[in-house]
Design a protein around this ligand. Structure first.
Ligand code: 4AD
Ligand code: MG
Length: 460
């Protein structure tokens, strides 16, 4: 039985076996208390070890914070506050000790910076435990949301030849010896001789392949790792992050926004029900607004404005921004946060951005200046979702590709989707770690993924 199950359901007077790691030990006269946890819940199980137990002294000496232990005994009502039961141990096995002189997790509280230097151990702390359980609940909610609506989970490739976002922030995939790659007669690197016979990269987005799948299955979604070689050392950027990308045929930009809003509301609701204790913990220890924010998301509609309206609001704001505001700029995180956090005080969907700051695949609006893009901006986070209606008209798409100097030949299969059964379609990408930050109130994205990949950091 996991400790969560024991705490919730184990019957008084039943004999059970509990397994976990020691969180704390208290030695009293004639007996000791240990609290053990196994990551299944915030709360540990209190185990009483009686002084009459065989080898009592030797066992207690080994039971330091971090030691792995199995305890079998009797479930009794707990006289202490805050817990239903405790375990009176009849047999205790210590599997692996943790030397108090060298085990780094001794203090009750450590800084997140310090915990990042011990990424292999930090999962045992209260905060990381709560983060990982909420992260797991988010992933479950995401699959449940789409499965309930008949979406097919499409597994798009991690290795790809195309730069979906056109930002050139790709990690190359090769099996060349980099010190000595095969070269053409002219001396250039000869990718024809490389593993895939062409330059290949880690994907920045599964969208193009999701569009392929949507043209066969109508509604699909991807959920997997994505990679961006952007050298951004911020609290919201990772080089490897997870993205959820639904793609819907027979759908326009409004349907896209509706789905995004319904989707976020569903996830928040699910997490509040699945992880009430962890959410209480975040509200108490990390950010005392997370429960109010969750309630706000569940109860209120998101605001919706156009990019042009957003620029007007920013210009009227009397705030000095680091990046000056004028029509045509890409919204910076300071602008996004002002709009969502200060002005609307709730998530905000901004649509119809200038075509020059967005990707080639977005549908050109009739004004010829803007595209049918939509970003969901969240308080404290800024952009959490980016999406659009896609350009389904072959001639317009070809013109855009040419204008943006993109190699059309490489996208022949993507253009084919516009030749054979093209239809209005739309989708979006949700940054999974930004979602977990939004829900938990965690300030740094490095602390909501077990093994963060950022510039100069890939140790564990
Ligand atoms: O806005 P982005 O670049 O959109 C796309 O990739 C589209 N192809 C999605 C689609 O329409 N199917 O990225 C989507 C989201 C962002 O809103 C952000 O939440 C997250 O992915 N994101 C990152 N999260 C962490 N670290 C990074 N470096 C991120 N870059 C984007
Ligand atoms: Mg974006």
């Amino acid at each position: 039985m996991r400790i969560k199950e024991i705490l919730n359901t184990a019957a008084i007077n039943s004999t059970i076996t509990a397994e976990g790691w020691v969180k704390t030990k208290r030695e009293l006269k004639g007996f000791s208390f240990i609290e053990i946890s196994d990551g299944s819940t915030m709360n540990g199980l209190q185990v009483i070890i009686d002084g009459n137990l065989a080898d009592y002294e030797a066992i207690i000496k080994k039971l330091n914070t971090g030691a792995a232990v199995t305890a079998t005994g009797l479930v009794v009502e707990s006289p202490g506050k805050g817990q239903r039961i405790e375990l009176q141990a009849k047999a205790v096995t210590v599997h692996g000790e943790a030397d108090p002189e060298t085990y780094p997790l001794q203090k009750k509280r450590h800084s997140f910076e310090f915990l990042r230097t011990i990424g292999h151990l930090r999962g045992k702390t209260n905060t990381m435990g709560a983060v990982m359980r909420v992260r797991n609940a988010c992933a479950t909610a995401i699959h449940q949301f789409f499965q309930e609506r008949g979406f097919i989970w499409a597994h798009t490739p991690i290795i790809t030849a195309s730069d979906c976002e056109g930002a050139g922030e790709m990690f190359a995939v090769t099996n060349f010896d980099l010190a000595n790659p095969k070269r053409t007669k002219e001396g250039a690197v000869d990718y024809a001789e490389d593993f895939f016979g062409r330059p290949a990269y880690l994907t920045v987005s599964g969208q193009l392949e999701a569009e392929v799948m949507a043209m066969a299955f109508k509604d699909v979604y991807t959920f997997g790792p994505t990679f961006r070689a952007e050298n951004s050392n911020t609290s919201r950027h990772l080089a490897e992050f997870w993205m959820v990308e639904p793609e819907m045929a027979f759908c326009d930009i409004v349907g896209d926004q509706d789905l995004a809003e319904e989707f976020l509301r569903y996830i928040f609701k699910y997490v509040l029900e699945a992880c009430p204790e962890d959410m209480e913990f975040f509200n108490k220890r990390i950010d005392n607004s997370v429960l109010a924010t969750a309630q706000n998301i569940i109860e209120n509609e998101f605001a919706r404005i156009t990019y042009t309206e957003a620029i007007a609001l920013l210009e009227k704001s009397n705030k000095t921004f680091e990046f000056p505001v004028e029509w045509g700029i890409d919204l910076q995180s300071e602008h996004e946060r002002y709009l969502a956090e200060d002005l609307f005080k709730k998530p905000l969907i901004v649509s119809n951005y200038p075509k020059d700051i967005k990707a080639f695949y977005m549908r050109l609006n009739d004004d010829q200046k803007t595209v049918a893009a939509m970003d969901v901006l969240a308080p404290k986070i800024g952009e959490i979702i980016g999406g659009s209606q896609r350009e389904e008209r072959l001639d317009v798409l070809e013109r855009r590709i040419q204008e943006m100097n993109i190699e059309a030949a490489d996208l022949w299969w993507y253009l084919d989707l516009r030749r054979f059964g093209t239809v209005p379609h739309a989708g979006f990408g949700l940054g999974f770690e930004r979602l977990v930050q939004f829900i938990t109130g965690m300030g740094n994205i490095r602390d909501v993924i077990p093994f963060p990949r950022t510039p100069l950091n890939a140790e564990f």
